[in-house]
Design a protein around this ligand. Structure first.
Ligand code: GLN
Length: 454
């Protein structure tokens, strides 16, 4: 813990930790030492972690990287962080992220950009988003692992951009209770780690049924680590033809072919598959996610949480809401709230929101069909490119940024588990990742396939 705190102090330029919790970390580390001395050492005992700012942590600032939650210190602990602490984990501090987890580059944060520790030239690169602080902190060895959340790729894309491992569990595997909601039907917490084994151990501590989240599943959590045999003989791996996107860099295609060969050499059977509705996933996601966000973010009204604008003489409650929300939310969040409100409005509900929900069902069915044909896991690239320079995409049309999520959003729409594993470097020496998508509730199997690929 002391080594990590020192490393984090020396790496302020990355802007990963935004609310350090030194005293708490040392206190938790001492308690972990005592537990180990007593012969009681749960899996995460003494493991120093960074926690994404989206998790509510008791009496510690929890701002979701937003100005509107300025000064908010919850009176409660999210279920996932509570379980991690019960398993002996130590919290070094809260990690930077995109505001309300909306973004793919960690450039929408009220705390400013996070810098990717990977450097190959003069440019400062994005660590990806929204869990950019988590990915940068793990990659730069400022912590042993971090929590992330993934609504449309926010664990897997930053993992791919930083050469780390990121797992999005099956929807319902980890409780969402106490995690600031973005799009409730898509949000899932998961581990961001250096290795697949660490991901298995950390997921074990994070997962499980929670009566406080009605969408958390009452399904037993197996011993994920014991499932890491590396033996994938006889497994069937699907390669979806729709993921060969037009304009995809040759090195991403090559990486994908290498991954396919590696799994084949390990004894897996490789089959070509089709997920025909893939091309509708991004538009459906960018209707459903903002729709749910616009509803979830209605609670930030200047009364219940954080920031309230200074009012002028004669201002009433409407002006208070308007001024608070205008000042508190950043541009991307406002864009999502406007899009979400529009697609849910009476005149457009059927044309956009309802249609996107139907598309979502079709996307889910695509996956169910290939799993029914005997496919155990699906191999795809994690991202369409390596980490791009900070600022490179912010002036462009926001849709350019959304295109980054092309390989990841399908997994959230279908509620499936997905993992990004480091798979090599591009021509410039930047990390690239591959994604494996698994059957629902079979994270153990998925982790084992990732272990064979690692
Ligand atoms: N980049 C996607 C978005 O901006 C995904 C974010 C996430 O997974 N939290 O919505």
């Amino acid at each position: 813990t002391e080594a990590c705190l020192k490393a984090a102090d020396g790496a302020k330029a990355l802007n990963a930790f935004v609310h350090p919790t030194h005293d708490l970390a040392l206190e938790q580390a001492k308690a972990a030492d005592a537990r180990i001395k007593d012969g009681e050492a749960p899996a995460m005992c003494g493991v120093p972690l960074g926690i994404k700012d989206l998790f509510c942590t008791r009496h510690v600032p929890s701002q979701a990287a937003s100005g509107i939650l300025e000064g908010f210190k919850p009176e409660y602990e999210s279920t996932v962080t509570r379980q991690l602490f019960e398993s002996g984990a130590v919290m070094l501090g809260k990690l930077n992220m995109d505001e309300f987890a909306m973004g793919s580059s960690n450039e929408t944060s009220v705390y400013g950009d996070v810098v990717n520790p990977w450097k190959v030239d003069d440019a400062q690169r994005t660590p990806g988003g929204s869990s950019g602080g988590s990915a940068a902190a793990v990659a730069a060895d400022l912590c042993l692992a971090a929590t992330g959340t993934d609504t449309g790729g926010s664990i897997r894309q930053p993992a791919a951009f930083t050469g780390t491992v990121g797992l999005k569990p099956t929807y319902g595997r980890c409780s969402r209770w106490g995690i600031v909601a973005f799009a409730s039907s898509l949000d899932q917490a998961g581990p961001m780690t250096k290795t697949v084994r660490d991901a298995a151990i950390m997921l074990q501590a994070m997962a499980g049924h929670d009566p406080k989240d009605s969408t958390s599943a009452d399904i037993p959590v197996p011993d994920f680590e014991s499932m890491l045999t590396g033996d994938i003989r006889g497994k069937t791996i699907g390669i979806p033809k729709e993921y060969h996107m037009e304009g995809m860099p040759a090195e991403i295609e090559a990486l994908w072919t290498d991954g396919r060969k590696m799994l084949q050499d390990a004894g897996a059977k490789i089959v070509d598959i089709s997920l025909p509705h893939t091309k509708y996933a991004l538009p459906a996601y960018y209707v459903i996610a903002p729709a749910e966000a616009s509803s979830n973010l209605a609670r930030y009204d200047g009364v219940r949480f954080g920031h309230r604008a200074k009012l002028a003489q004669g201002d009433g409650i409407t002006e208070m809401y308007e001024k608070t929300r205008a000042e508190g939310f950043g541009d991307e969040v406002k864009r999502r709230v406007m899009v979400g409100t529009y697609v849910l409005s009476a005149g457009f509900y059927d044309a956009y929101y309802n249609r996107a929900r139907k598309v979502r069902t079709l996307i889910k069915k695509d996956f169910e069909d290939v799993f029914a044909q005997g496919v155990d896991a699906i191999l795809t690239p994690a991202t369409p490119s390596a980490a791009f320079p900070l600022g490179a995409m912010t002036d462009a049309d926001p849709v350019q940024m959304y295109l980054n999520d092309v390989f990841t959003v399908t997994v959230n729409l279908a509620g499936l588990p997905g993992i990004a594993v480091p798979a090599g470097l591009d021509g410039q020496g930047l990390p690239l990742g591959l994604q494996l998508i698994g059957r629902p509730w079979e994270e153990g199997d998925l982790l084992n396939t990732a272990y064979a690929l690692e």
